[in-house]
Design a protein around this ligand. Structure first.
Ligand code: DC
Length: 229
């Protein structure tokens, strides 16, 4: 059986990297749901729309097609047919995306797309509300965390390697601000599902984390078809 694996947690906890490697190891598809919120945010910025204006953002839905081309080893994000895989990682998008992702209409709009992408199973999906809202029936749910300082260091390395000029202080502030927005929004706030396994990645390398998750998956597999009665 091909499972659905949900990986949630705050920005910079290592979700996307862990999810990508896990998917490769399992021959599953990796779905980075943050990329969908980022694609919409990119359009909001390009159009000069006020990100906090929910109605104005929602008006874009009719003329916006966001899609993900899922391929083993990577996914392309398309915004009205344009490949925006790189553009959605820009710092301006990172600074604005939490505001756009707060709107209930945005979340509802992207919920269907996320469920469609995961429908066939054999997916590792990462985000903030995958275990709680998008795939409450996922066979394995992991909630990844790491200290804000460690997450800021990781994000700084990633952005600098992409040529962005950023400071540690600014990134730490932006991570804290995003944590607050993600945790406090009314719809689908960032929180662990009651049946999620918490995993703190502070001081652990990616391979160690992936191995731990594979260990949890093997217990689920052994119990595939287990009856509770
Ligand atoms: O994981 P990321 O940094 O690419 O996520 C970008 C933003 O999208 C982040 O502010 C949280 C939001 N998000 C969300 O609200 N729900 C998801 N399932 C995924 C991301």
């Amino acid at each position: 059986m091909k499972f659905k694996i949900a990986i949630d947690g705050p920005a910079g906890a290592g979700k996307s990297t862990v999810a990508r490697i896990l998917a490769e190891r399992l021959g599953y598809l990796h779905i980075d749901t943050g990329a969908l919120y980022r694609a919409l945010t990119l359009l909001v910025l390009r159009r000069g729309i006020e990100p906090a204006d929910e109605s104005a953002v929602a008006e874009l839905f009719g003329e916006t097609e966001i899609d993900m081309v899922l391929e083993p080893g990577g996914a392309k994000v398309l915004l009205n047919g344009e490949d925006v895989t790189e553009a959605i990682r820009a710092p301006e998008v990172s600074e604005t995306v939490s505001i756009v992702a707060q709107h209930p209409k945005v979340r509802e709009h992207l919920l269907h797309l996320q469920r469609q992408l995961a429908a066939g199973g054999g997916v590792v999906m990462d985000g903030r509300d995958i275990g709680t809202v998008v795939l409450p029936d996922a066979e394995l749910k992991i909630f990844l965390t790491a200290s804000p300082e460690e997450r800021a260091r990781r994000r700084m390395k990633e952005l600098r390697s992409q040529g962005h000029k950023v400071t540690y202080k600014d990134i730490l502030l932006s991570i804290r601000a995003r944590d607050n927005l993600d945790a406090e929004r009314a719809v689908a706030p960032l929180r662990a599902a009651t049946d999620a396994i918490p995993l703190d990645t502070t001081g652990k390398d990616v391979d160690t984390v992936v191995e731990e998750i594979l260990g949890y998956l093997s217990t689920v597999r052994r119990c595939d078809g287990c009856s509770t009665d």
